[in-house]
Design a protein around this ligand. Sequence first.
Ligand SMILES: [Fe+2]
Length: 349
Amino acid sequence: MYFEAVRSERGCVSYLIGCEKTCAAVVVDPLDDQIDRYLALTASRGMRIRYVLDTHTHADHFSAVRDLRDRLGAPSIMHRSSPAPFVDIHAEDGETIIVGELRLNLLHTPGHTRDSMCVILPDRVLTGDTLLLGGCGRTDLPTGDPEALYESLFQRLLRLDGSLLVYPAHNYKNLEPTTLDEQKKTNPRLRKTERSEFVEMMRNLSMAMPDHLTEALRTNQTGGMTVSQIIQEAAERISFMTMTELRRRIDSGEPGVHILDVREVDAYAVGHIPGAVHLPRGQLELRIDSMFPDPTVRILAYCEFGKISTIAAGTLHTMGFLGAIALDGGIRAWKEAGHPLEAAPPAAG
Ligand SMILES: [Fe+2]
């Protein structure tokens, strides 16, 4: 069996599991910033990802399940109670996924979320966020339930073969996996074997909410795009200009581009890049044709930080302004670098 843990910087862990005989692979809890890595790892071993599986609806990071499913045509697997509309196989407790000659047995373990599952392999168990090394998943996020987690841990997961190694979906300290038996002895959450004590402990954890909670839930539950995916998709369609290059061109008196400020009018009035014309992002599509009747012109968009201008240049590109580019960075960095600004002349009258 090929087995590789792929970590994100924030301690999320995904797993690539492959059958070496048939070259079929599955990726469990894929992360949206590791897609190229999964593809590279499987390609380098001559393997193909045949399934993508999320152990539960993640609230703390962006899942790559929908993206990988769409790119690879590989069915997505989640528990039957998952709300995501892009799930192809709605698995139930006790079912098995066959990957080449590997068998992945699924155990429904609600508690961290209603749709949490563990994935059992012959010598190990992928526990999602149901059981972590030295901890367990929190139960205070949407669909979390401490009573259900107690049942899932003590009545289900810990009744499996104690020699199974634990591979969780989070491993903040990069700990080595240990067995279920070892976790029973050392994991402080599992020492609370009384239901009421366990539930009370879980209710009183008062942990900080994860970053991007609502954005993660929105995208993971619906298959919609993250903000950074929207920016990335636009960035892949355009080229950029550095501030040094733009400054050089402005100083030469011939910028060779129409500089377009896409911020709000007040920000433009206070100070903008010399020679820039103004068209706010919100009115871009409606007013660009009257402002630039020639779609072959070179337009350089900029904004405060360089994100909205990237989306704006991507939109212009989509509209046929194939010469639309964006400033690499925003006017905030332009100012900090000591480049000149120009204020709008006072409105007439
Ligand atoms: Fe989670």
